[in-house]
Design a protein around this ligand. Structure first.
Ligand SMILES: [Zn+2]
Length: 127
């Protein structure tokens, strides 16, 4: 197998939460914008006219607290402040969005296979 065939195969299996959400939104018929750097927190997905933003978060990086959330056992001097900064940044971004009249939603990595995700997205966008 060539390198590009390997890459293609990996790509197909890519189940990053953001890609799952994007696929569902397309199926639901929504148009969206990606990675708007002019919005607080640089949301992964944004609906400008509807003022809705979606953040797709990894359970570890944003410390979801679910069963998938690993907690670092070593290098705590590095990880503890780093993860705390992520959480603080998420919170500040959502608060800024709220002040701008936006609503935001977090889709967690562990939700990407949930059959309820599509309904959750629809509810949020249609709110
Ligand atoms: Zn999770």
């Amino acid at each position: 197998m060539t390198r590009s065939q390997v890459m293609a195969r990996i790509k197909k299996k890519d189940t990053k939460p953001e890609l799952v959400v994007r696929r569902l939104l397309t199926e639901l018929g929504y148009r969206y914008r990606l990675h708007r750097s002019d919005l607080p927190g640089n949301p992964d997905i944004a609906f400008i006219g509807r003022k809705r933003a979606i953040f797709c978060h990894g359970c570890f990086w944003h410390q979801h607290g679910c069963a998938n959330t690993r907690t670092p056992k070593s290098n705590l001097d590095y990880w503890t402040p780093k993860l705390a900064r992520n959480i603080a940044r998420d919170k500040a971004a959502r608060e800024l969005l709220r002040q701008m009249g936006w609503k935001s939603l977090i889709v967690w990595e562990c939700e990407r296979k949930s059959p309820a995700l599509s309904r959750k997205l629809e509810r949020f966008i249609g709110q």
